[in-house]
Design a protein around this ligand. Sequence first.
Ligand code: ACM
Ligand code: ZN
Length: 605
Amino acid sequence: MTGSVYARTAEEDPGIIPAPAEVKWLPGTFHIGKATVILYSDGVAQQQATHLGRFIEQELALKPAIRKNSGAQGSSAIVFTSRPAPHLGKEGYRLTITPQKIEISGAEAGLFYGLQSLIQLMEKYSGTRRLPCMEITDRPRYAYRGIMQDVGYHIFPVSFIKSQIDMLARYKMNVYHWHLTEDHGWRIEIKKYPKLTQIGSIRASSQISNANEAYEGQDHQPYGGYYTQEQIKEVVAYAAARQVTIIPEIEMPGHSLAALASYPYLGCGSDPGPYQVAEKWGIYEDVYCAGKESTFRFLEDVLTEVMALFPSRIIHIGGDECPKERWKKCSFCQKRIRDQHLKDEFELQSYFMQRMERFLNKQGRTAIGWDEIMEGGLPENTMVMCWRDIKEGIKAAKLNHQVVMSPVTPLYFDYIQGKREQEPYAIEWGYNPLALVYSYDPDPGALTAAQKKLIVGVSGALWTEHMNTPQKVEYMLYPRLLALAEVAWTPKDRKDSVSFFEERLPEHLAWLDGTQRNYRVPEPGGVSDTTLSGASFKIVLSPPVKGARIFYNFDGQQPGEADYLYRDPVILKLEKGEKRLLKTVAITPSGKRSVVTTTVFQNPG
Ligand code: ACM
Ligand code: ZN
């Protein structure tokens, strides 16, 4: 059989996000019908066969038989075969669709990702139940494909965490970095230190404004919550079944005020405290004392319970934004500097982190920290999460450390995605629109081939100062997560223009629209907030979500359902000197609305 090369238009493209490494079209179609059976090679493959059976039952109202592959496959079989192959790696897979058979092969994670691709194809072609024949050979560009969810500033229910993990898995992401401790709240039950949650999980008030505003408002309402160890075990198992590793983060030595409020002896000086769980956003000078042995005993105890809950090889220990003011005045910290022959407080932080890293290493774990951990020297096997600037990632790779790229621009999803006046309240700086996320290349250049291999992946970040509901987090996360997934997975030479991504997106957003999740509806295609000059225009609009309606007007009012419904291209003719304002809004099947776009058309004559 011969196949055509990778297709590039939306009609021909299988539409999978993230785009697979290689797609080859084959002649014919596979029909999913009453005769279709699902076969598996072994227990590992059986899990995916069972998932697919459930999906087909729910989505296509068929109940295919599921059984072990004995060799006789019949005329319509979907076959899962455990077959690790060096060229596919742990996570790669091959998905072959011919008229008689669909086969997915690979190692365990590969079978799972092959299933995700097949599910996306079945959704796309569910109307006809006929899948076009093709061969997909796929494997990820990066091993670490994650998001960071902060639950310190605000906490979210377990059901929501699971919903996020479902989305990660669907889009072939494999890390959920769970930021569990903050100045503003300690969110993980530690049996040996019950006050961490009795006291440290609750603050008296929350800030409902931005730091640089004249109005630094507070809501004066107690706020709190934490995850029990039982809940954490449940989330970890849920994620593992979906090939997602949960990396817990226990912050140190900074961002630790909630712990200090619970156990004041952890602070600097001979009579530390009292402390209060933080109520205003920002950075606090009260941090763990680096001089007292009791601090290290406490953190080792905490990490011991954390390691028992999280099988992840990688444990995040923070390290960012740690002011040194208290250490400069603390006799214990100054004694530590003298005894250890350290140069200054930066080296003291380095001592602190190295001690904790060695502790983790002894238990077979690897530490990762925010890029400030490079200040004052870095233990050799520590991983660096680059956030302030990609220069920090370059520096870490040059020092021979593995790096996860999470630069504020464009991977901080607490930054807004559109014009500020039309976006919900957010952190006051930063602008990371969808196209900017999609265009991001984690390869920072300026590195040798060996150093580039140290860039192990990417992470989007969700800091939640201004997100106190799951719906707000979802608005900030989707659809930027889909763009990030393609950045993380799709090989650089297969990743196409932003417009190629935007062509595939409406189908995926239609699916998302039907799932109860919130998301930011992109602007309709064909308009933008610009001024266009000419005498005659053909205005062609396209819905950002499949099935969405676009309403428009030329009267300057906010557009809505009572305006013109876009059906066919609009021909606009202008007299000399005439100017018209086109305002558009897209409304999705579930009723979500895009922001309003205003396009100015003018004929200067
Ligand atoms: C950070 O955003 N402070 C890592
Ligand atoms: Zn101290």
